[in-house]
Unconditional design. Structure first.
Length: 324
């Protein structure tokens, strides 16, 4: 049975009338359907992501790039294969252009609801055709779906780009059913991660238009990429300098990407990752203590976790059964 859209402020179900989504009790218009996609919010602070995922359409897509890297990454991080997915529902919070979504659709979920605040949902609608998938555009802070409705909730590489990551984490926690599974990821507020070049240049680049930043990367990216390639050959000091100061993503010698991609595609990936690092309005990493504390307060038990100072944070947790 499909999970109904609701007014996130009242909890009342919505009805469709002439392309509008109205609160069935109050008549308030909560959203509209455009191009076949329910829209509950505008891009607001996420304009750069809409531009990003509609510019680099294929770079991180396993299907269109002929890879299985993302599938292996998601299974390794989420450990979803350890849980019964057959016939279950999943909510994906912050889908971007749908690169993770295509992997989730390869799993035996019965229904997948995926949303993003940006117009990247239009790119997802262009490529993802599956009767189990329901796409919509909404804010993670006002998810128009009932609480305690989903067997699985998935939020990958999103929280740090919201204006209030703690509130966003609590918002997605509320969508998990008792005994359900939550996967959540965030940038790590560690000293090493805060050394990244992006925190030295974002004061400027996040004030420029996405198109302007892309133009700068087109102009100077090849030179910066060659500089990084020379620096990584110098060993640890060179890699640290590239990571900390060169405003272009450095893909390490030990990265799996180097075995998967030719030089052209490796440069394209580095350019995408640089744009992704420099342009979001918000970049608010989280401490492990904060993430684990919120999950505990919300009634979750952590089953698997990654907490390392040189890596992002992620964990898979389960919600206690009702009454526990």
């Amino acid at each position: 049975m499909a999970i109904p859209f609701v007014n996130p402020r009242t909890g009342n179900r919505l009805r469709e009338a002439d392309g509008a989504l109205q609160d069935a009790k109050t008549g308030e218009i909560v959203g509209r359907i455009r191009d076949g996609v329910p829209r509950f919010a505008d891009e607001a602070y996420s304009e750069s992501f809409g531009y990003q995922w509609n510019t680099w359409e294929d770079t991180l897509s396993d299907q269109r790039a002929g890879l299985d890297h993302k599938r292996r990454l998601i299974l390794e991080r989420t450990k979803f294969h350890e849980f019964d997915m057959v016939g279950k529902t999943l909510l994906e919070c912050g889908m971007g252009g749908g690169d993770d979504t295509e992997i989730l659709l390869s799993m035996p979920f019965a229904e997948i609801y995926s949303f993003d605040l940006s117009r990247s949902v239009d790119r997802a609608a262009k490529y993802l055709r599956d009767p189990r998938l329901r796409l919509f555009q909404a804010s993670i802070l006002d998810i128009p779906l009932p609480d305690r409705s989903f067997d699985f909730v998935f939020c990958h590489r999103v929280l740090q780009h919201t204006p209030d990551p703690r509130t966003a984490l609590r918002a997605i926690c509320r969508k998990v059913k008792p005994e359900g599974v939550l996967f959540v990821h965030s940038y790590n507020c560690s000293l090493f991660n805060l050394m990244s070049y992006k925190y030295k240049y974002r004061w400027l680049t996040r004030r420029l238009s996405p198109r302007r930043v892309k133009g700068l990367l087109d102009s100077y990216g090849p030179t910066l990429h060659r500089l990084n390639e020379r620096l990584v050959r110098l060993g640890l000091p060179g890699r640290l300098f590239a990571y900390s100061f060169v405003p272009f993503e450095s893909i390490g010698r030990g990265s799996e990407w180097r075995a998967l991609l030719d030089d052209r595609r490796l440069y394209e990936l580095a350019q995408l990752l640089t744009f992704d690092a420099l342009t979001p309005r918000y970049d608010k990493p989280m401490r492990w203590k904060t993430m684990a504390g919120i999950l505990s307060e919300e009634g979750f038990t952590i089953r698997h976790a990654q907490n390392h100072p040189t890596m992002a944070l992620w964990c898979t947790a389960t919600l206690a059964r009702r009454g526990d």
